[in-house]
Write a protein that binds this ligand. Structure first.
Ligand code: ATP
Length: 279
């Protein structure tokens, strides 16, 4: 679905921001791009959606070269939710914002209504469909941007820090949407600084450091390797740190940690040791 080959990039007048980037992502995959501030993550997203062109190398989205496909045509196949949702909101109501993309795809009548209703329901925006998007809080604006992209059914979804500013309920809704999109055969790429969110959502991690790929691994393998997380400059998820602290088997998520804890309780020595450390 996404093929990136030997891509390098520099902003005009600047030094190299990305060098020798090579990876592929398949339909149904959830790939998290992680790394320190300035590592080049958002720049990579701008290359994937065709807003910028690589200095060298090539990128294909659903079989289309980003060099040969106009951005508006590429947008049918790859949808982006930017870090600042205000960048992409320009309609006077939430409903019109969500309807804009599918209308441009040529949808009308019942098919259009269905797309709009589904996107509004999934993002929890049905009750504010008549409001101006910029009158809503930051979390709801993020959902408006997400809904407008979901309504287009793109093959690839790019989400730049989608969890930022969301409360627990909205973050859970977002996680469910990401999982549903992957299950429907879409390729989801998210840039994320929240490693707990990455551990819960992504199947694979691509780590960048100073514009180069320093890890491309299954999420569990990435976080299990302290050398990789150090090189990427990211923290380990909290449940993994807790599991290590109590001498339990690795756990990437809260529920996995709870299972490890209960399993350990069945083994007198491990449970006793874990409980002794807890008190
Ligand atoms: N429009 C631009 N013009 C010139 N340099 C830029 C531009 N945008 C980003 N940069 C530079 O490119 C480098 C990579 O930035 P980028 O935003 O891609 O990193 P990032 O990993 O997404 O960072 P963050 O996690 O802080 O969002 C940084 O040194 C940044 O200063």
């Amino acid at each position: 679905m996404l093929r990136v080959e030997d891509v390098s990039f520099a902003y005009p007048g600047g030094g190299a921001v990305l060098a020798d980037i090579r990876f592929q992502a398949a339909a149904g995959e959830i790939l998290a791009i992680v790394g320190r501030n300035g590592a080049g993550k958002s720049t990579l997203l701008r290359l994937l959606n065709g807003l910028r062109q690589p200095g060298s190398g090539s990128i294909a989205v659903a079989g289309r070269s980003t060099a040969d496909t106009p951005v508006h045509e590429l947008a049918r196949h790859i949808g982006t939710v930017f870090q600042a949702p205000e960048q992409q909101i320009f309609n006077a109501t939430v409903r019109d914002e969500v309807a804009f993309g599918p209308r441009r795809l040529g949808l009308a009548g019942a098919a259009l209504e269905e797309r709009i209703a589904a996107a509004l329901a999934r993002t929890g925006l049905a009750e504010v469909a008549g409001r101006h998007p910029l009158d809503l809080d930051q979390a709801a604006r993020r959902m408006v941007a997400l809904g407008s992209v979901l309504a287009m059914h793109p093959a690839v979804l790019l989400l730049d820090e989608p969890q930022r500013g969301l409360d627990a309920g909205a973050a859970a809704r977002l996680e469910a949407i990401i999982a549903e999109e992957a299950a429907a055969g879409r390729c989801v790429v998210l840039v994320c600084h929240d490693m707990d969110f990455v551990a819960r959502s992504a199947g694979r991690v691509l780590a960048l450091a100073e514009g180069r790929v320093v890890a491309d691994a299954a999420t569990s393998a990435f976080f299990a390797d302290a050398g990789l997380t150090r090189r990427a400059g990211v923290e380990s998820p909290d449940p993994l740190l807790l599991a290590r602290h109590f001498g339990l088997a690795p756990a990437l998520t809260g529920p996995a940690f709870a299972r490890r804890w209960i399993e350990a309780a069945g083994e007198p020595s491990a449970a006793g040791e874990a409980r002794r450390r807890a008190h």
